[in-house]
Design a binder for this molecule. Structure first.
Ligand SMILES: Nc1ncnc2c1ncn2[C@@H]1O[C@H](COP(=O)(O)OP(=O)(O)OP(=O)(O)O)[C@@H](O)[C@H]1O
Ligand SMILES: [Mg+2]
Length: 221
C-alpha cells in the first residue's frame, strides 16, 4: 500500500473491505480471529474498544436449525445470563448489543474487548498457572453449579486472561456454545467430582482438569 492510500484509508479497515454492512458508528480496527462460525474484529464504538462477532451464514442456519434461534441473539442472551450473576461479573465479557437481526446490517454481536492472553501464555510466563487462577476457575465452576448454568466446561475451554494489578483474571467471551448436558457420573454431584471428591483425590474433572494439564506442562521440577 502506498503512502497516499494509507493516508486516505486511515489505520482501520472499512466495513466494505471486511465484507460487512455495519452502522457508521462502528470503526473496524483489526481482525482477531476467523473460524467456520464467525469472524471476530476489534473495533471502536461509542468511545470504547469492542469486538464485532460477525457470524457466517453457515453458523446462522445451523443455530436456526438446531435451536430455532438467531445465533447472535442466542449468544447475547447466554452472555447476559453469566453477566447477571454478581459473582461472575469480573469473569464475563460485557455484552453490548446485537445488530442486523432486522436484516438492515450484517448479523453481528458487539461485546467488550478483552485485552489479554491465553491460559497457555500465562502458564508459560508464570511457569505453571498461578494458584489464584485455579481458584478463580473453581469459583466459576461452583457458581455455575449452584445457579444451574449449564455448559461451563465448553465456555471455559477458551478464556482470555487479563492482567489486573498483580493478578491474572480469566474472562469468558465465547457464549455461542450450545450447552451440553454434563456426563452423568455413577455417584455424587458433578461439583464434588470436579474437585476430585467422590473420585480419586485431586482428580479434577472438566475444564479444571484441562487447566491442571496446561499448568503441569510448564511447571519446573
Ligand atoms: N471479547 C473479546 N475480546 C478480545 N478478543 C476476543 C473477544 N472475543 C473473541 N476474541 C478473539 O477472537 C477469537 C475468536 O472468537 P470466538 O471464540 O468468539 O469465535 P469462534 O468462531 O468460536 O472461533 P474459534 O474457533 O477460534 O474459537 C478468540 O479466540 C479471541 O482471540
Ligand atoms: Mg470460540
Amino acid at each position: 500500500m502506498d503512502a497516499q492510500t494509507q493516508e486516505t484509508q486511515g489505520p482501520g479497515i472499512t466495513a466494505a473491505e471486511a465484507g460487512l454492512d455495519l452502522p457508521t458508528d462502528i470503526e473496524l480496527i483489526e481482525k482477531l480471529g476467523e473460524s467456520k462460525l464467525s469472524t471476530v474484529w476489534k473495533a471502536r464504538h461509542a468511545g470504547a474498544d469492542v469486538v464485532v462477532k460477525a457470524y457466517s451464514k453457515r453458523a446462522e442456519s445451523a443455530w436456526r436449525k438446531k435451536l430455532d434461534k438467531n445465533i447472535a441473539v442466542f449468544e447475547m442472551l447466554q452472555n447476559r445470563a453469566f453477566r447477571h450473576q454478581p459473582d461472575l461479573v469480573p469473569y464475563t465479557a460485557k455484552p453490548i448489543r446485537v445488530i442486523g437481526q432486522d436484516g438492515k446490517y450484517s448479523l453481528c454481536f458487539l461485546q467488550e474487548y478483552i485485552d489479554g492472553v491465553s491460559l497457555e501464555d500465562v502458564a508459560r510466563q508464570e511457569k505453571g498457572l498461578p494458584g489464584a487462577v485455579i481458584r478463580t476457575g473453581e469459583t466459576i465452576a461452583r457458581v455455575c453449579e449452584e445457579k444451574k448454568i449449564p455448559g461451563v466446561d465448553q465456555f471455559m475451554a477458551d478464556v482470555i486472561v487479563r492482567r489486573q494489578g498483580d493478578n491474572w483474571v480469566p474472562v469468558i467471551h465465547d457464549f455461542k456454545h450450545i450447552p451440553e448436558e454434563p456426563r452423568k457420573k455413577a455417584a455424587g454431584s458433578p461439583l464434588l467430582a470436579r474437585f476430585g471428591i467422590g473420585s480419586r483425590p485431586g482428580d479434577a474433572t472438566g475444564f479444571l482438569k484441562e487447566w491442571q494439564k496446561i499448568s503441569r506442562r510448564y511447571e519446573v521440577a
